[in-house]
Design a protein around this ligand. Structure first.
Ligand code: GLA
Length: 729
């Protein structure tokens, strides 16, 4: 059984895959955290924390100076009654006080995993896949109930957590903080990893030792953001890509978040994660409830690769949904970097014609097809085709593209409005804003107020009409600025600080509706590249445009960092022109191809302008990718050499039965008289022989333990890709 409760010891034991997670009730119902790690049969709870009279750690009962919440490892800590560390939640009462006291009331264990109302979350397809534990805590004085929701997956070392607040009392409560989880580690002998970045260089890996005090990754931008990602990990000092203990925390949410580790005076580490309490409150009237989003916690004793492989499999198969979840994704050509706003039907059809000859499967029309959109200063919100550019409309263009044998895809940015648009002139109060203050613009646009039901309904109808107007089978859903002056004309003063979260709830409703109305459309999310590459988005849209930076060398870090959490099938990667538009670098078509083929493959350049030789090479790349696509998109991914640590990068994909693999190696700068490099492969069958195209036959054991010597090549930005196939020697 995955979840048990022992009434003698008052212990809850969750077994998830090969991991154990143990909690215990102490005193009059305080829920303590006892253990999380490699599976154990039993843990003696009272030995897991100090029972000492600690100076300046006050006591709940004066008779026992050894019991303080300040030294008790906890599951959902409160503020104000002896614990001075960061609380998981805080509630304000009508009398102004902010002290609450949650104690155990009851619990329930059942098979399966419930949906989280209105929120994205991992799921099960059969009840047997997971077991759920709900622990109800209550504050008797005010009638507040908090249900801690835990699900343990059978197959993976995965535990998901969330919390639901219910006001069962008679007074108005205000949530000032409502995180999804908190867990106390007995020591702080870990490094922590997070994925900071910026536009064009998203999700770089930073690994630092934990230090006393608070360290955090967070967003206050109204989106999960390029600047931080809703993910952190605690990593044992001796752990690396391939071995050692790692604890991952990934937040299934696309808005403001907080991911924090607090190391206290006794060198314990408290990890907390949830909606960012900054500028957040939520009014809970009597009878109302509030559901937090979900945190997915992964334990690995196989290093970072072990953690990532668990996230990849879980997110690919039990977070992403829809018809495309398990389907190979089409190789696309996108016109953005080929034309920007400057196109007409003829130009687009010519690109599609060339693409068809090269074997590309999907043509995507990017920004600029609607309203008066000849630059980025106007027309967002006016989703009416521009007949000057496209005299035959979307339908006319799509039909021509279809006749060439390509599918047709379209870019939209439905969360935005340009001040210079018909929509804004008609509904100036439909954007986020606060009374009597200027409305700051980003890329000359404002953010539509998705906390409003009427705005969401309007967008659902408007975008539905566009999508139904032509044979569209792919949509790129973009979002190109962050939120400022966050407020809603439709909310009362006491609910203004709910706007950012209500926006996310509105957005999730819109996305749910759009994806169920158009189940035959493959949706790709985007936010100026990877500004909203998060699990929340992946629930609705199974792939994301990884970064606006398409340079092959920059992409080594971006894709390597992204792969820490997100599956390869989710990672859009395109070959673009040289000199590269973002960094000016000139990398060979081969290297650009190898980097992009390590993700969800496509092209984004004017292929009509290429030489015959280049076109032939693209044709070969496309044919090759079709051959390895299943392996890349659905195989097991191993990171081998980190671009953050040296001049090289390498990774590989292995099929489930280990009969096939694909290895990619990259060297950034050439070195004179360089030492020989060996690359040790992973995940192969040691007893099997493999043929590497062009290099001969090797044992799986030799490839993994002795490694393969890399043939020397001169030049900067070089790459190699090897295909391995099991053979009989
Ligand atoms: C964003 C996207 C790009 C492109 C432009 C169009 O920046 O990330 O890929 O679609 O918008 O304006």
């Amino acid at each position: 059984m995955a979840v048990t409760y022992n009434p003698q010891t008052k212990q809850f034991h969750l077994r998830a895959g090969k991991a154990s997670y143990v909690m215990q009730l102490f005193r009059s119902g305080y829920l303590a955290h006892i253990y999380w790690g490699k599976a154990v049969r039993d843990v003696r709870g009272e030995r897991r924390f100090s029972r000492l009279d600690r100076a300046f750690s006050p006591n709940l009962a004066p008779s026992d100076r050894t019991f303080s919440l300040d030294t008790l490892p906890q599951e959902y800590p409160a503020y104000g009654n002896t614990d001075f560390r960061s609380p998981a939640y805080q509630v304000q009462l009508e009398n102004g006080s902010t002290v609450t006291d949650l104690r155990y009331k009851t619990h329930r264990i059942y098979k399966g995993k419930p949906r989280l109302n209105g929120l994205p979350a991992t799921y099960v397809e059969h009840e047997q896949e997971a077991e759920t534990l709900e622990i109800v805590l209550g504050d008797a004085l005010i009638g507040l109930e908090v249900t801690l929701q835990y699900t343990a997956y059978e197959k993976w070392n995965v535990i998901t957590r969330a919390a639901r607040f219910e006001n069962k009392g008679g007074e108005r409560l205000k949530l000032l903080r409502a995180l999804s989880m908190s867990v106390d580690f007995p020591t702080a002998d870990y490094d922590w990893i997070h994925l900071p970045g910026a536009w064009g260089r998203e999700r770089w890996i930073e690994r630092r030792p934990l230090v006393t005090g608070v360290q955090a990754a967070e967003s206050r931008r109204g989106a999960s953001s390029h600047q931080q990602n809703p993910f952190i990990a605690l990593v044992a000092k001796n752990a690396d890509e391939h071995q050692g203990e790692v604890y991952g925390f990934s937040f299934v949410y696309s808005g403001n978040f907080l991911a924090q580790v607090e190391v206290d005076q006794f060198h314990t580490a408290r990890v907390s994660m949830g909606i960012n309490p900054f500028d957040f409150t939520w009014l809970l009237q009597p009878g109302e409830s509030f559901q937090t989003p979900e945190v997915v916690m992964v334990y690995s004793d196989q290093g970072l690769n072990g953690m990532s492989q668990t996230y990849h499999e879980l997110y690919r198969t039990r977070l992403a949904r829809g018809a495309f979840r398990d389907r190979e994704r089409p190789i696309l050509i996108n016109n953005w970097e080929a034309t920007y706003f400057d196109f007409n039907e003829e130009k687009l059809v010519n690109i599609a014609k060339t693409a068809a000859k090269l074997g590309i499967e999907l043509f995507v029309l990017d920004d600029g097809w609607f309203g008066e959109r000849d630059d980025d200063r106007r027309s967002l919100g006016d989703w009416i085709v521009n007949r000057r550019k496209l005299p035959n409309g979307l339908d006319g263009l799509a039909k021509q593209v279809n006749e060439l044998g390509l599918q047709f895809g379209l870019w939209v940015e439905p969360e935005m409005v340009s001040p210079n648009s018909e929509l804004y002139r008609k509904h100036p109060d439909w954007c986020l804003h606060v009374p009597n203050r200027p409305r700051s613009e980003g890329r000359n646009q404002l953010v539509l107020d998705y906390s409003r039901e009427d705005v969401c309904d309007y967008i659902i109808e408007t975008i539905s009409n566009v999508l139904a107007s032509a044979p569209i089978t792919y949509v790129k859903w973009d979002m190109n600025r962050h939120m400022t002056e966050i407020g809603s004309a439709a909310l009362p003063p006491e609910r203004q600080r709910e706007t950012a979260h209500r926006y996310m709830l509105g957005l999730y409703r819109v996305m749910d509706e759009m994806t169920s109305r158009f189940p035959h459309i493959l949706f790709e999310s985007c936010s100026g590249g990877g500004g909203r590459f998060d699990p929340g988005m992946l629930y609705y849209m199974p792939q994301t445009w990884t970064s606006d930076n398409t340079d092959a060398v920059s992409r080594l870090k971006i894709q390597y960092g992204t792969s820490l959490v997100y599956p390869i099938s989710a990672m859009g990667a395109h070959v673009s022109a040289v000199p590269n538009h973002q960094v000016g670098r000139v990398a060979s078509l081969k290297t650009r191809g190898h980097v992009a083929m390590s993700g969800n493959f496509g092209y984004e350049l004017d292929i009509t302008k290429l030489t015959e030789t280049e076109k032939q090479m693209i044709k070969q790349q496309v044919a090759f990718y079709k051959d390895v696509r299943r392996l890349v998109q659905f195989g097991t991914f191993y990171r081998l050499l980190s671009p953050f640590e040296g001049n090289e990068a390498a990774w590989m994909f292995v099929s489930a039965d280990r009969s096939e693999a694909l290895v990619a190696y990259f060297r950034v700068l050439a070195e004179a008289n360089a030492p020989l490099s060996y690359l040790r492969l992973k995940g192969l069958d040691p007893n099997q022989d493999y043929e590497i195209e062009g290099l001969g036959v090797y044992g799986g054991d030799e490839l993994m333990y002795a490694g393969v010597a890399l043939p020397y090549r001169s030049g900067d930005f070089i790459s190699m890709m090897w295909r391995l196939k099991a053979v009989q020697r």
